[in-house]
Ligand binder design. Sequence first.
Ligand code: SAM
Length: 222
Amino acid sequence: MNDFRRLRDRMVSEQLEARGIRDERVLDAMRRVPREEFVREGSRRSAYEDHPLPIDHGQTISQPYIVALTLEAARLTEHDRLLDVGTGSGYAAAVAAELVDRVVSIERHAGLAEAAREVLERLGYPRVHVVVGDGTLGYPDEAPYNAIVAAAAGPVIPQPWVDQLADAGRLIMPVGESRFGQSLIRATRSGTDNLRRENLGAVAFVPLIGEHGVADRNRSHH
Ligand code: SAM
């Protein structure tokens, strides 16, 4: 057993099982995906620590527990098609690919998407399709989705996500105006108009920047 394998098993028992993650498929997926491949070279030794780590463009690879929590909350089955908003490093997309049939992962920074594509291909994750774009618009080309999971927080659930969610689909998203005071929301669709919402607890994510999210402060207006 190599060092990373040991660190990974320990992360699953001490950070996930100990905090109440119970879905065996999620726990197994987290035992399989080599998180050290998704972090910067200088962060490999820290890959299994209990916090997010910096990646390029001022973004982060989410804390392992948060990845497990959101994927467990999505109640994924092996037949599902999932939209993952905010590819970042590609780590959560890889874990998701262990759980579902198809992952469409969308990222607004082309450089991050390209790096994620490269590592996912190298590790052998053909079920993941990484696209560049504003994820708040969803990705209609492959809709409907059985689940939509967001790794960035916005003030409201983007309407395109509701429109692209299959019947009985689950949408997991941190909702809140600022970094603090966000709640992880699960919205389950039944029929055309009905969304049942549950609050899964307090979280702190980076902002969801886009048309149906937070305004982009760096965008110039001409
Ligand atoms: N799940 C990622 C991982 O495993 O590395 C963590 C991603 S990070 C916490 C959130 C990502 O969402 C960032 O890479 C950010 O650029 C991206 N993001 C923010 N707003 C977005 C949008 N409207 N569309 C697509 N990606 C967005």
